[in-house]
Design a protein around this ligand. Structure first.
Ligand code: AMP
Length: 223
């Protein structure tokens, strides 16, 4: 199975939910720059202070602040990982390549989770997140067992500030302008697979896993 993976997809496509499941079941490190930045904001670190205004406005945080929080988590021991929310522009993709080449841990697969924009808006409006562990829910499509409470850690769920409708519009525009070109970039390098993300969580996870395993089987036959 491919074990160094980037998940691409618009805000609300399910990257976080899928990355968390994949990481837990397959023993990969889950590296979410959104989670790392939110933790930096909560802790009031310099990176967090640099990030906050951009996050609240739905824009990308400057690359250097993102590199800071991510690359302190990624070293030669991180041999298997799923990146969620990174890279988000071409400069970040180039920096990721440089770092992974230096570590001799090249990327093995990029999976784009595809969901139409109209569905994303409804998903983000109903999304609730755990401020403790970061797990995501949806008030209708993916409710917790006890309303308003995280199944895993029991904290009260919250709506993210940047899931408010006026910020969502900007986040989707930023995705199409800056992040979506990465789909073609990774396709041209032969790394890209696509899954239809407009289905229930387990169906998407099955397809995601099939992408990662299918490619590995092919590599095995060549060896
Ligand atoms: P997410 O949880 O992935 O939706 O990220 C939430 C917010 O964090 C984004 O809207 C950005 O402001 C910021 N962010 C997360 N990852 C990145 C990244 N790779 N580059 C720049 N900003 C990011």
């Amino acid at each position: 199975m491919k074990r160094r993976v980037v998940l691409l997809g618009a805000p609300g496509a399910g990257k976080g939910t899928q990355a968390r499941l994949l990481a837990a079941r397959q023993g990969l490190a889950h590296l979410s720059t959104g989670d790392l930045l939110r933790a930096a904001v909560a802790a009031g670190t310099p990176a967090g202070r640099a990030a906050k205004g951009h996050m609240d406005a739905g824009r990308l945080v400057p690359d250097d602040a993102v590199f800071g929080v991510l690359f302190e988590r990624l070293d030669a021991r991180t041999t298997a990982f799923v990146l969620d929310g990174f890279p988000r522009n071409m400069a970040q993709a180039a920096e990721l390549d440089r770092r992974l080449a230096a570590l001799r841990l090249p990327l093995e697969a990029v999976v784009d989770i595809d969901v139409p924009d109209a569905r994303l808006v409804a998903r983000l409006a109903g999304r609730r997140a755990c401020p403790g562990c970061g797990r995501n829910y949806h008030v209708e499509a993916l409710p917790p067992r006890k309303a308003g409470t995280c199944d895993d850690c029991g904290r009260a769920l919250q709506q993210r500030d940047d899931d408010r409708p006026e910020v969502v519009t900007e986040r989707l525009a930023v995705y199409h302008r800056q992040t979506e070109p990465l789909v073609a970039h990774y396709a041209s390098r032969g790394l890209l697979a696509r899954v239809n993300g407009d289905r229930d969580v387990e169906a998407v996870q099955r397809d995601l896993l099939a992408c990662l395993q299918g490619a590995a089987a092919g590599a095995g036959r060549q060896a």
